[in-house]
Design a protein around this ligand. Structure first.
Ligand code: XMP
Length: 576
């Protein structure tokens, strides 16, 4: 397994993605980690990420000397990326200086084909390219650079293995010590051969087997949930497995309750826990009244069909949600707003609280002993990375209510069997568990649902906030939109698509001989790999025309459709 040490780059998590794509388990840890953290993880190799600092900055992060000593002593292979390369060269006796020219963006990498190497059996010296570049056929390799400083002198034992017109030491190695480094970013898709380089490091240099797969993961998780902490031979699952897995005791007298939203994460988590403990798992779905059209019914039917034996309880809490989110007499004091709840963060907090209340109600209605219930959460690895990375607290852009734990008043212990997985790994696990493609490949849907897609409020308009009417209007438009995307073969090319209703905006239109004065609906579709950045989807005009036509004709209350052409950043995916 590989330990990825994070020096604060925005794209450190992508290194993990690439390592796991190579079939090797890895984890991202802050560069402030201690020697014990490293030894406890038992890494076979280490990757040092990029970062925003200069190695000479007063507050620049450095790996402690004792970790370097450990690397030396265990002869651990190391791969430094950008700042990681500079940190490595700086520590090992090379020189890093501010570059005359900042290098940002595309560069052409030229691989040296005459690097002196030991042959594979170590018996003779041969000339050729570094093992890091094996299997890369292009002569000029496009790479993505983003650095100010650069290495100007290599530490003893190192040699340059590739260069660009601006950087002599664009890639370096000390083959005897298994230490490699690159100035560019192999983890981003702008470096198309980067995944091969990372794969070469973990498989060829480190010698990992590339056996991390969802079948094993699934079985190990089930064993852990069933509290079998040892494998058949009596061996522990390995310090590695238990080190990163938060083990929760689901003894035979315990129950697991879990809210299923119909989204990929909660469905996969539910299928996994059901497989492990059968009917001691009690899933329920909160119908907030802010779900997609017929969602509760469809999800219940689908899950019960594909997960034999599973019974999903649907709790209708829509009345409570509408009551609190909509403007009404007497609510002014309650929410501190002069009229309905339109301030996005306030809205999210209210929805979060209502969820917790619905959870508690569901558990009580199921007649389960509170103290013997655990709560299933579909937390994913990006959320874990976010809360443990070196970057420290980032400014709150949005409060995602399902991230960062539950309010203190929920005294239940939490079980998070997906907390080590990236989204597409969760999808692979869903396949492994037999969930249908329609569940596994679904676009994400936010917990607060349509509530954060009905924007703002207007004093005089009766349908201006998150009311049943506006939710119904939006769910109809959204349903037409998604149906057309599926019909026209676009759904699977898009990361997330949805409609937004602007009840505060009315526009004039004409239908037949009549003037209309109705609401605007905005269509959003983005492509993204990690939902941290996203591009707007280049939708063919004829598809847009058909969708617009259908929405305006079929959905009462909407007379204008717009298409959102903003990327993230600077916009976000959702409108609130
Ligand atoms: P943004 O809008 O932050 O969205 O670019 C990124 C991803 O997160 C989803 N999202 C949420 N999910 N509760 C959730 O469970 C929330 O409050 C929430 N807000 C945004 C969004 O749909 C997208 O997939």
């Amino acid at each position: 397994r590989i330990l990825v040490i994070d020096f604060g780059s925005q794209v450190s998590h992508l290194i993990c993605r690439r390592v796991r794509e190579a079939g090797v388990y890895c984890e991202l840890r802050s560069c402030l980690l201690k020697l014990d953290d490293v030894t406890g993880f038992h890494p076979n190799g280490i990757i040092l990420s990029g970062g925003p600092h200069s190695v000479y900055d007063k507050d620049a992060p450095h790996l402690s000397q004792e970790i370097w000593n450990y690397i030396d002593e265990k002869k651990l292979p190391v791969f430094g990326i950008c700042y990681g390369l500079q940190e490595m060269c700086h520590t090992l006796g090379g020189k890093v200086e501010p570059g005359v020219k900042r290098e940002f963006g595309h560069a052409d990498l030229l691989i040296r084909e005459d690097v002196a190497h030991l042959s594979a059996d170590g018996s003779k010296r041969i000339k050729g390219r570094s093992p890091i570049f094996e299997g890369i056929s292009t002569e000029k390799v496009p790479v993505w650079m983003s650095h100010g400083d650069k290495v100007t002198q290599l530490p003893p034992g190192f040699t340059s293995i590739a260069y660009t017109s601006n950087t002599e030491f664009a890639a370096v190695e000390d083959q005897a010590r298994h230490i490699y480094g690159v100035q560019f970013h192999p983890e981003v898709t702008h470096t198309p051969s980067g995944a091969t380089m990372i794969k070469n490091f973990v498989l060829k240099v480190v010698g990992c087997k590339g056996e991390w797969n969802m079948h094993d993961f699934c079985q190990k998780q089930i064993d852990i949930i069933m509290n079998k902490l040892e494998d058949e031979s009596g061996d522990e699952f390995g310090a590695d497995f238990l080190f990163w897995q938060r083990v929760v005791d689901v003894g035979v007298d315990k129950y697991v309750v879990g809210a299923v939203s119909g989204g990929v994460d909660s469905s996969v988590a539910a299928a996994l826990v059901h497989k492990a403990i059968g009917d001691r798992f009690r899933p329920f779905m909160v119908d907030t009244g802010l779900l997609r059209k017929d969602e509760a019914k469809i999800v219940k039917e689908r899950l019960e069909k594909h997960i034999p034996g599973m019974k999903l309880k649907v709790l209708d809490a829509s009345g409570d949600f509408y009551k609190e989110l909509v403007r009404g007499p007497g609510l002014e004091g309650l929410h501190g707003l002069h009229a309905g709840v339109e301030e996005p963060e306030k809205k999210r907090k209210i929805i979060g609280r209502l969820f917790v209340e619905a959870f508690e109600k569901a558990v009580s209605e199921m007649g389960l002993p509170h103290e013997r219930c655990l709560l299933l959460q579909g937390t994913l690895y990006p959320d874990v990375i976010e809360s443990t990375s070196y970057k420290g607290p980032s400014s709150v852009i949005k409060t995602h209510h399902n991230v960062g734990g539950l309010p203190d008043r929920m005294k239940m212990e939490v079980i998070e069997p997906l907390r080590l997985l990236f989204k597409d790994e969760v999808r692979a696990l869903g396949n492994e568990l037999g969930l249908p493609v329609t569940s596994v490949m679904r676009h994400p849907f936010p917990g607060p649902g349509l509530g954060i897609r009905i924007i703002g409020e207007v004093d005089s308009h009766p349908c201006s906030e998150v009311t049943k009417e506006s939710a119904d209007t939006l769910s109809l438009a959204d349903d037409i939109y998604i149906e057309e995307l599926r019909k026209n073969g676009h759904y699977d090319k898009i990361g997330q698509a949805f409609a937004v209703l602007l009840p505060t905006v009315r526009s004039v239109g004409v239908m037949g001989d009549h003037r209309t004065y109705e609401n605007v609906c905005v269509l959003r579709a983005v492509t993204t790999t990690d939902f941290m950045t996203a591009d707007w989807y280049d939708m063919p005009h004829d598809v847009l025309a058909r969708i617009s036509n259908r929405i305006i004709n079929e959905v009462k209350g909407i007379n204008r459709v717009c298409y959102d052409v903003s990327s993230k950043p600077p916009a976000t995916i959702e409108w609130e």
